[in-house]
Design a protein around this ligand. Sequence first.
Ligand code: PAF
Length: 273
Amino acid sequence: MKIISSPLELKDYLKNNIKTIGFVPTMGALHKGHISLIEKAKAQNELVVVSIFLNPTQFLKGEDLDTYPKKDEADKKICELSGVDVLFFPHAKDMYGDDEVSLLAPKVRGFVLEGTSRPGHFNGVLTVVMKLLNIVNPTRAYFGKKDAQQLNLIELMVKQLFMSVEIIAVDTLRESDGLALSSRNAYLNEAQRKEALKISASLHLASKMVSQKIYDSPTITAKMRESLFPLEIAYVEILNREFEPIRHVEIGKSIILVEAKVGDTRLLDNIWL
Ligand code: PAF
């Protein structure tokens, strides 16, 4: 596995490449969810590039940038064992200068849900993803469905800016008890981890209601909110795949999303119905 930290060196390395490239952007602290993205990229492409970059511009003041789990050596090993061809490991100074051009998330879809609790967060995400895609120039890029709003905005950016990369959405991986895999699960103590199970359980409850032909969004979200008590809920929403609120769940066209705080940790989860 080749490890490169300079964006220009990576561009140069890939310059004459004629193979299909699958790209998996990450912020490190890799877990089985990331490995499933890498495996999908390997199955669909001839060359796989993974980036590990803790992007400062997507963290708001007072968020967990400084305490975000960092596991550089373990991450390198995971990439190597997963058959990654190139690991891109830049420093912030390689990615950003002082007077920066940046992208703005759309005014509506970028400022609902997670965009409400983290205003500006998606500006940072879109800017860094655009930079990374321009450096790697992949055939396909892989993102988890767990960060559904991020995925939706990246798809929108690719479409609206006429970019040629194909965005591949990959299903959320879960622990055997239902907890969605996330690097931030590392913040949870034993009692909080138990509390966190309320989030996936609320989604399970929603999907059970839908299977009993209860499609009314307010009825479903009210039951979910009850089941999440006493967690601090940021949102419980039922949206269509264009990320617009819907009054009734339509199978094959809906996403149910939750963000709630367990201790100081914000956790996201969702199901696609
Ligand atoms: O989902 C993530 O890990 C990050 O938001 C991403 C897409 C790598 C951009 O920093």
